[in-house]
Design a protein around this ligand. Structure first.
Ligand code: FAD
Ligand code: NAD
Length: 468
């Protein structure tokens, strides 16, 4: 990265080089804008690339390959001495991250985006002060500073793992307590369980992945529970103290207090936006009581020259949402009429089986008192699922009972992280059940499940038994 001159002027300053910020910077450069990107880390990519989506999925791929190998006996395939080389796995993951981060560096360089290394803070409504004393005067600014791990209410000893610590794979502990049964708790809990740790998950709500539709989550929970040592729902960790080279933990479960010892503890109780140290009081930008920056459909804040995208704003903290907002903000700044008017933001949890949804969930429909028609297709009835030896799953489509307009899609099963994109496209295109039904899907593939679920909803299925 290049260290900039002491005082600099630019058309657009972008703070943060995650999937929101670097995408915005590249799009701005393509639209002819002079861009300065400020990043406090040594390399670009943000949480997603350096310590989130990418390293977690690399580890998940390795662990799931091993799990598939263990289950391959029914396909006539047996493996002897299946074992992880943790150093090799760590190196491979680091290699994936390094390669992608270098790729982003090259893209930024080729577009002529100037990258300044340091922590940025607003010193005035049109100026930023960077660590080390440099200042950047801008015409427009995009805040893309992302989020950070939320501390455990019971206190956060520095040796408690965050997801970033766990992803570095410093060791495989014999016992791991994961606090939080959401995205990170489940994904990383299963990674460590696959590597050999005895993993306990503590969740505050009565269910793991409480935000997901129950029919989908139940399939996933049924499959992953045997891989975990213990799952404690409706539970709270009230104390985490370092003791005997590990942690002594007090958990409130079913109204009773219990004590346990764990070699490592992973905090996965959510994330908070990086907005508190940005000097926003020197600007017209407004935040809510959670520190999330308020924006409109063009990603503009209450200060018309300052935009905010990604995890610092409302909506799910997901990389693809950050990138889409980055493009919108860049286009609006370049004078184009762009809006974040997407009908759906797909969500995927990379457990095994994977779980994914897009558009309206059944839960949301119920909360809104909206009438819906739901078609569910079990993967057990699908040829390709059987050939894969993976019948654990279902696909459902949610539609308007009067018009057949598609409102949402939910899935659980193998590779649904890939399948869900068809649901998002269908929703963006304003598709109906009929559109899904008359689209010829290749056979035998998992993609047929979406067409089949639409047929179940329309009452025209031939592959699910009906009684006369
Ligand atoms: P970030 O990626 O957080 O980037 C912000 C950048 O700003 C950082 O590089 C930071 O160093 C920099 N910065 C912050 N403050 C300053 C400052 N004052 N000055 C200069 N630079 C600053 N999402 C998915 O969609 N799919 C997944 O599979 C997925 N997996 C995840 C796994 C884990 C373990 C975690 C933690 C998150 C995961 N996420 C996933 C969420 C995803 O990482 C975030 O939603 C995404 O990174 C948000 O992008 P962003 O650009 O808003 O911010
Ligand atoms: P999360 O919101 O997904 O899950 C946190 C869980 O912790 C919730 O189930 C919550 O009920 C529980 N919880 C909160 N306080 C608790 C307490 N005191 N004791 C026990 N449980 C408690 O948050 P996360 O798992 O930390 O992930 C943060 C965000 O990162 C996610 O919301 C998601 O946006 C993003 N992410 C996405 C992916 C993906 O797209 N596959 C993967 C990882 C992270």
């Amino acid at each position: 990265m290049v260290m900039g001159s002491l005082n600099q002027e630019t058309e657009v300053a972008v703070i943060g080089s995650g999937p929101g910020g670097y995408v915005a910077a590249l799009r701005l450069a393509d639209l002819g804008k002079d861009v300065v990107l400020i990043e406090e880390r040594e390399r670009p990519g943000g949480t997603c690339l350096l310590e989130g989506c990418i390293p977690s999925k690399s580890l998940i791929s390795a662990v799931e390959l091993a799990e598939s190998a263990k289950k391959a006996k029914k396909l006539g395939l047996t493996f002897d001495g299946l074992a992880f080389d943790i150093d090799a796995l760590r190196q491979w993951t680091e290699g994936v991250v390094n390669g992608l981060s270098q790729g982003v560096t090259v893209l930024l360089k080729r577009r002529g985006v100037e990258v300044l290394h340091g922590r940025a803070r607003f010193s005035g409504p049109r100026s930023l002060l960077i660590d080390g004393g440099a200042t950047v005067e801008f015409e427009k600014c995009i805040i893309a500073t992302g989020s950070n791990v939320a501390a455990l209410p019971a206190g956060m000893d520095p040796t408690v793992w965050t997801s970033a610590d766990a992803l570095k794979l410093p060791l495989v502990p014999e016992t791991l307590l994961v606090v939080g049964g959401g995205y990170i708790g489940l994904e990383l809990g299963l990674v460590y369980a696959g590597l050999g740790s005895r993993v306990t998950v503590v969740e505050f709500f009565p269910r793991l992945l409480a935000g997901a539709d129950h029919d989908l989550a139940d399939v996933m929970i049924g499959q992953i529970t045997p891989r975990l040592e213990e799952v404690l729902v409706e539970s709270r960790v009230t104390s985490v103290e370092p003791a005997d080279g590990g942690f002594r933990v007090i958990i409130e479960h079913e109204g009773k207090t219990r004590e346990g010892s764990y070699e490592k503890v992973l905090a996965a109780v959510g994330r908070v936006p990086n907005t508190s140290e940005l000097g926003l009081e020197n600007t017209g930008v407004k935040m809510d009581d959670k520190g999330l920056i308020l924006t409109d459909g063009s990603c503009m804040t209450d200060d018309p020259d300052i935009f905010a995208i990604g995890d610092v704003t409302h909506g799910p903290m997901l990389a693809h949402k950050a990138s889409r907002e980055g493009k919108v903000a860049a286009e609006v700044i370049a004078g184009k009429s762009s809006q974040f008017d997407n009908r759906s933001i797909p969500a995927v949890v990379f457990t095994d089986p994977e779980i994914a949804w897009t558009g309206m969930t059944e839960r949301e429909a119920e909360e809104r008192g909206r009438k819906i028609n739901v078609g569910r297709f079990p993967l057990a009835a699908l040829g390709r699922a059987r050939t894969l030896g993976r019948t654990d799953g279902l696909v459902k489509v949610i539609s308007d009972p009067d018009t057949g307009l598609l409102l949402g899609v939910g899935m659980v099963g193998p590779h649904v992280s890939e399948l869900i994109a068809e649901g998002s496209l269908a929703l963006e295109m304003g598709a109906t059940l009929e559109d899904l039904m008359v689209t010829i899907h290749p056979h035998p593939t998992l993609s047929e499940s979406l067409m089949e679920a639409a047929e179940v909803a329309a009452g025209t299925t031939v592959h699910v038994g009906r009684s006369r």
